[in-house]
Design a binder for this molecule. Structure first.
Ligand SMILES: Nc1ncnc2c1ncn2[C@@H]1O[C@H](COP(=O)(O)OP(=O)(O)OP(=O)(O)O)[C@@H](O)[C@H]1O
Ligand SMILES: [Mg+2]
Length: 242
């Protein structure tokens, strides 16, 4: 991890040291943080259910939405903490990528409807099985999909497509493209996207992509970005297919 931080071309030594300190602190939180995060997550399920019911009856929709948003944010943060502070060893088994994508998209359906985002879904990979850790893969997918939804804001298009391919050695790969019609990424930001704590969002942790890349690499995959300001962003994952 530190080597990636050292690659950073801009930013002062103090920034770097501060980043490293933050990383250290995070690593030291270790199991304690992970188990605390786990408990918080479990508690949040009950809180969210109650809030949802109360919100439906509430005559203060703005307040209800605010609370919902904060709960989502806390839940996201805790999920990231769990993953980062104490990554569980991956357990590999056959994963049906299309099913997992559909599941992830269902979790975002409500948010996408609210933001009037059109989903284009084209799952063409056959077979769509990869050897992987389903929950880690879901986390990586969710991070990418959430980023896309956040980038689009209101009105726009999210395209999720898969296809089969063969690499130079003749091995089968599954390609997953996640394209959003958001504002795109500046050339200045692009090299820093996968650095832990790099965020341009007010409430972002900047861990989403760092985690996603780690997960993808643990699966012997690659992750690439194509983006330009004004023409949206495409993340492409390539994973070894069965
Ligand atoms: N699809 C996208 N379109 C535009 N910018 C993006 C996109 N995905 C990522 N980014 C940029 O990369 C940064 C880092 O993303 P990352 O997911 O690691 O952190 P985050 O989304 O800011 O916070 P977190 O995921 O922890 O809530 C974002 O803040 C944003 O600037
Ligand atoms: Mg993110």
């Amino acid at each position: 991890m530190p080597s990636r931080l050292l690659e950073k071309k801009t930013g002062s030594t103090t920034d770097l040291q501060e980043n490293l300190r933050r990383l250290d602190r995070l690593a030291n939180l270790g199991l304690v943080a992970a188990s605390a995060a786990h408990e918080i997550k479990n508690g949040l399920v009950a809180v969210s259910t109650f809030v949802e019911l109360a919100a439906q009856k509430s005559d203060e929709p703005e307040m209800a939405e605010l609370v919902r948003r904060e709960l989502r944010r806390i839940n996201g943060l805790v999920t990231q903490m769990l993953r980062f502070a104490a990554p569980k060893p991956a357990t590999f088994a056959p994963v049906l990528v299309h099913e997992l994508l559909d599941h992830s998209l269902r979790l975002l359906e409500h948010q996408m409807n609210g933001q009037m985002i059109t989903l284009k879904r084209d799952f063409a990979a056959t077979p769509d099985t990869v050897q992987g850790d389903e929950s880690q893969m879901q986390q990586a997918f969710m991070n990418l999909l959430l980023n896309a939804v956040e980038a689009i804001g209101n009105h726009g298009e999210l395209a999720v497509t898969t296809q089969s391919a063969t690499d130079l050695q003749g091995r089968r790969r599954l390609l997953l493209h996640i394209h959003d019609s958001g504002p795109g990424i500046t050339a200045e930001d692009l090299p820093h996207l996968f650095e832990p704590f790099f965020t341009t969002k007010q409430n972002g942790t900047g861990l989403g992509l760092a985690i996603s890349r780690r997960v993808v690499e643990e699966h012997r995959g690659t992750i690439e970005i194509q983006s330009a300001v004004g023409s949206g962003t495409t993340f492409t994952l390539s994973l070894p297919a069965e």
